[in-house]
Design a protein around this ligand. Structure first.
Ligand SMILES: Cc1cc2nc3c(=O)[nH]c(=O)nc-3n(C[C@H](O)[C@H](O)[C@H](O)COP(=O)(O)O)c2cc1C
Length: 288
């Protein structure tokens, strides 16, 4: 996949045509979903694509920001066994499927939820796994990207400032606020990132989807080591935090794999010798 290009053109779609996605494309997406690379190889998943008539009626009121479910022709339901890092893995796999959908001309959006049991019960799914992700898929009505502005996480979704994304740059974090060199607060300058061939991967991460567009990812560069940190926000659940982290790891890994070298994330904290403040969690590190 041409990840860079897909990321630059991709956005969350909330307004869908009624038109169903062609059965051949659904099949291809489903095959991809159940065989695509994972963040943690030995976590078993089961990914199903379900139609509007089964899902919308059952989950509206139970899934989506403030229980408001986006009305889409199909939904992807990600099921996973519960193992260490399974939620980060779900973010990584779910977003990988969303990128594949984009490549196939299909739009998508993540949907948050609070109870796996409730989703399983309401959708009448027979499984020994947990629901770890829900995404809409279909064809968006407008081609112009619509996105949520940077929201305070407590804002009401229905009052959200839905606005046209004038340019993908207008809503994203400045790189100096997202990437630090050697210690917390030492913002990276563009030239250093360019020299280290880290500019493109970092630039793509800041376009990643995140819960309520909170853009919680921060990176610390220590020599050849790159450490991923995620901001904890009071109104964001641990589930959402960990999905956001998995998505960021996918974006970084895919783009650096395309532009520089293959990396492998090591999940778990490193020593905080960098002055990282308490509201950030050290999630993973890699060598590049
Ligand atoms: C874990 C997760 C859950 C999300 N849940 C919802 C949701 O329930 N409803 C919704 O409209 N958008 C949802 N989104 C989409 C984000 O609001 C969106 O990614 C963010 O506003 C940035 O916009 P963009 O993806 O167009 O760049 C979710 C995103 C993530 C990563």
């Amino acid at each position: 996949m041409d990840y860079k290009n897909i990321i630059l053109n991709k956005y969350s779609v909330r307004d869908y045509k009624e038109k169903k996605v062609d059965a051949k494309i659904i099949k291809e997406l489903s095959q991809y979903a159940n065989t695509c690379p994972k963040l943690v190889d030995d976590i078993e998943m089961d990914i199903r694509i379900m139609d509007n008539d089964v899902v919308y009626r059952q989950l509206d009121g139970f899934a989506g920001y403030h229980g408001i479910l986006i009305n889409a022709p199909h939904y992807i339901i990600l099921l996973s066994e519960n193992k260490e890092h399974y939620l980060e893995n779900a973010g990584y796999v779910g977003e990988s499927i969303s990128m594949k959908a984009s490549e196939l001309g299909v739009d998508s959006c993540w949907i948050t939820f609070t109870s796996s049991e409730k989703v399983i019960h309401r959708l009448n799914i027979v499984t020994n796994k947990e629901v770890v992700g829900i995404l809409t898929i279909g064809y968006g009505k407008k081609k112009a990207p619509i996105t949520l502005g940077a929201l305070k996480t407590g804002d009401n979704y229905s009052q959200a400032d839905m606005r046209k994304k004038e340019s993908s740059q207008s809503k994203v974090l400045p790189l100096q606020e997202m990437v630090y060199i050697d210690k917390w607060g030492e913002g990276a300058d563009v030239n250093t990132l360019l020299e280290r061939a880290l500019y493109e991967p970092m630039d793509c991460v800041r376009k990643a989807p995140s819960t309520m567009n909170r853009q919680p990812w921060r990176f610390l560069i220590d020599g050849g080591k790159i450490v991923l940190l995620m901001r904890k926000d009071n109104d964001v659940s641990e589930y959402e935090e960990r999905i956001d982290a998995g998505i960021a790891m996918l974006y970084f890994e895919d783009v650096i794999g395309q532009t520089l070298c293959k990396i492998q994330w090591e999940l778990g904290p490193v020593d905080n010798i960098y002055g990282i403040p308490d509201e950030y969690v050290i999630v993973a590190s890699c060598e590049a």
